[in-house]
Design a protein around this ligand. Structure first.
Ligand code: 6R9
Length: 572
């Protein structure tokens, strides 16, 4: 272990006593009823407090490195906001950010929020179908994108009558702009020193993140500006952000980790953060840490496992002694990964557990807490978490007994609803608890141990993939009659997508058809949603009512006992 540092949280036990979220309100200078705008808090306020000249963003991509101060960040967000307002974007309009991890994504996110509109970040790797479903559901009015991704938007605009503006941030002025397209250049636009932020209040909507469930299309998780309160404090206490830190969150803002802790948490505290917009390689990552003297690193188990696999040779070439605190989220963090990081960095990865819906970290190994490798840690102060019985939804008292992870509603960053789907939102609450849909056990010392999801959602490399969405895409292929999609175990990604496919009469299974179907899904949805394996079958196991028994297929993949299938049949 490295030298003793005093953590922001100090003593976990002491913090539990009489905890109140007003600690964060006071630190942020917010009082009930005040305006609260995340865009303002992450830029204007930091400048007002005298840190305008401090570096906000160190960005590195294929084209080199760029650095921006908080003052530049503030003006860039103002420029985006003024531009959107000029187009006629109104408060609560949905503005999608469909961008690589370029600076415009970060400034654009804050700019959208400053106007009072709702930011809808989507992964630039999404294919046209994934994009269409999410923009249709949100009724998205404008999308901010790059030339290289515009083709996917053009393909679907006929199906999206509400999409009025396609804003290209890198239009070269050469090719004519097509229908609904307009150009905005951060470098070319006039500086905007002042932008009057829309007077958003605590409950004004801020961010709409799409997440996958087992059934139905992806759901839009609606967050509000007040989420800042919890994102600020959890970032401060769990990730231990301090004045002089160089922080690196490896998550893409298409994923909630990339917004809650890749934008809002760090910048609302005036912390310098780094972004690396190149594909994964152990060499590139270590080099990036060394070059920027990264001190805090928030990453995910798949990346950690990939680093472990890459071996020690790459590691030894670099001086990584700047690192002082490591954290992880998104999937179970195996104890091997914790032990490995202790060995090679002299620091353990601190696992954290939360969801798109929860908006902020719920359960964590906070700095200073004794880490039990493989455990997710304990509830953050102010979070009441339990494991409840799946039938009665009463908390389980026996240590070690598995139940559903349940949280008492009421923390600031909790989602406010699923967009256009209040019924699904209400369905998440039972007996006064919010049910996460995950299973865990709590040991005698109060540590939570993740057991698995309670649904069929596939967690591949930390990304949730809905079997329904993949099955729907598969069905659009002319050769596919029926399909069932399940998780298959994978050493690095934990799970990958596997599809069982029944072909339509007249089609025969072949290597070429296999590849063709895989690519079809990759293009429609995304590389992660693409099945890594397709098994052609004559029929699929079904319940008496005709529903596909995915769990049976999944159990086979994982070599698990299936047990009495008659109960499965009734359950479905
Ligand atoms: C932030 C985020 C949420 C789901 C969650 C659970 C899984 C997240 C985990 C974890 C084991 C952890 N998950 N953290 N599983 N250990 N530390 O990941 O949001 O994309 O909505 O995923 O991810 O299954 O329910 P989201």
């Amino acid at each position: 272990m490295k030298g003793v540092v005093t953590s922001n949280i100090g003593s976990y036990e002491e913090r539990l006593k009489g905890f109140d979220w007003s600690i964060a309100e006071t630190e942020l200078g917010y009082k009930k009823g005040d305006d609260i705008n995340i865009g303002w808090y992450c830029s204007d306020r930091i400048c007002r407090m005298g840190s305008g000249a401090k570096t906000a963003l160190i960005w590195e991509g294929m084209s080199g490195e760029k650095r921006y101060t908080f003052d530049e960040l503030r003006r860039a967000a103002n420029a985006v906001a003024a531009y959107l307002k000029g187009l006629g974007i109104r408060p609560e309009d949905r503005v999608c950010l469909f961008l690589d991890r370029i600076p415009e994504l970060y400034f654009g996110f804050l700019g959208v929020l400053k106007t009072g509109a709702i930011a809808q970040p989507l992964f630039s790797a999404f294919g046209e179908e994934a994009l269409r479903v999410r923009m249709e559901n949100a009724g998205t009015r404008a999308v901010i994108t790059q030339r290289k991704h515009a083709a996917k938007v053009r393909k679907i605009i006929d199906k999206l009558p509400q999409l009025e503006f396609i804003i290209l941030v890198d239009h070269d002025g050469k090719k004519p702009l097509l229908a609904r397209e307009t150009a905005f250049s951060l470098e070319g636009c006039a500086p905007v020193e002042h932008f009057e932020c829309h007077s958003t209040k605590a409950e004004s909507p801020s961010v709409l993140h799409y997440t996958s469930g087992t059934t139905g299309q992806p759901k839009g998780v609606k967050h509000v500006h007040y989420s800042l309160i919890a994102q600020y404090l959890t970032a401060k206490w769990v990730l231990d952000l301090k004045e002089d830190d160089i922080y690196w969150c490896t998550a893409d803002p298409g994923w909630v980790t990339g917004t809650s802790y890749g934008i809002i948490g760090p910048w609302s505290q005036g912390i310098t953060q780094c972004v690396l917009d190149v594909g994964f390689s152990a060499e590139a990552w270590y080099k990036f840490i060394e070059k920027n003297k990264v001190t805090l690193w928030y990453s995910a188990p798949t990346a950690i496992r990939s680093l472990m696999k890459a071996g020690d040779a790459a590691l030894k070439k670099h001086d990584l002694s700047s690192l002082r605190h490591l954290a992880s989220v998104g999937e179970p963090l195996n104890s091997e990964a914790v032990l490995w990081s202790e060995k090679v960095f002299g620091l353990p990865f601190h696992d954290t557990f939360w969801q798109t819906e929860t908006g902020c970290i719920l359960i964590a190994n906070v700095p200073g807490m004794r880490i039990k490798p493989g455990s997710m840690g304990k509830p953050f102060p102010g979070i009441t978490a339990a494991v409840v019985d799946p039938k009665t939804h009463e908390p389980i008292q026996d240590a070690g007994k598995v139940g559903l992870i349940a949280i008492r509603p009421g923390w600031p960053a909790m989602m406010r609803t699923y967009w256009n789907n209040e019924k699904a939102y209400q369905g998440k609450f039972k007996n006064g608890w919010y049910l996460t849909g995950d299973r865990a056990r709590i040991d005698k010392d109060g540590y939570f141990w993740f057991v698995g999801r309670d649904d069929d959602v596939i967690n591949t490399a930390g990304h949730l993939v809905s079997p329904f969405e993949v099955e729907s895409a598969l069905l659009e292929h002319p050769a596919v009659g029926e399909s069932a999609v399940v998780a298959k175990p994978d050493e690095v990604n934990m799970e990958v997508v596997k599809a069982f496919v029944c072909l339509k009469p007249g089609f025969t299974a072949s290597f070429d058809l296999d590849l063709e179907i895989m690519n079809f899904v990759r293009k429609k949805l995304s590389p992660l949603a693409m099945p890594q394996q397709i098994e052609f079958v004559d029929s699929l196991p079904k319940t008496r009512s005709g529903k596909i028994m995915r769990r049976l297929l999944r159990a086979k993949e994982w070599g698990e006992e299936i047990g009495d299938t008659s109960t499965l049949e009734e359950e479905e």
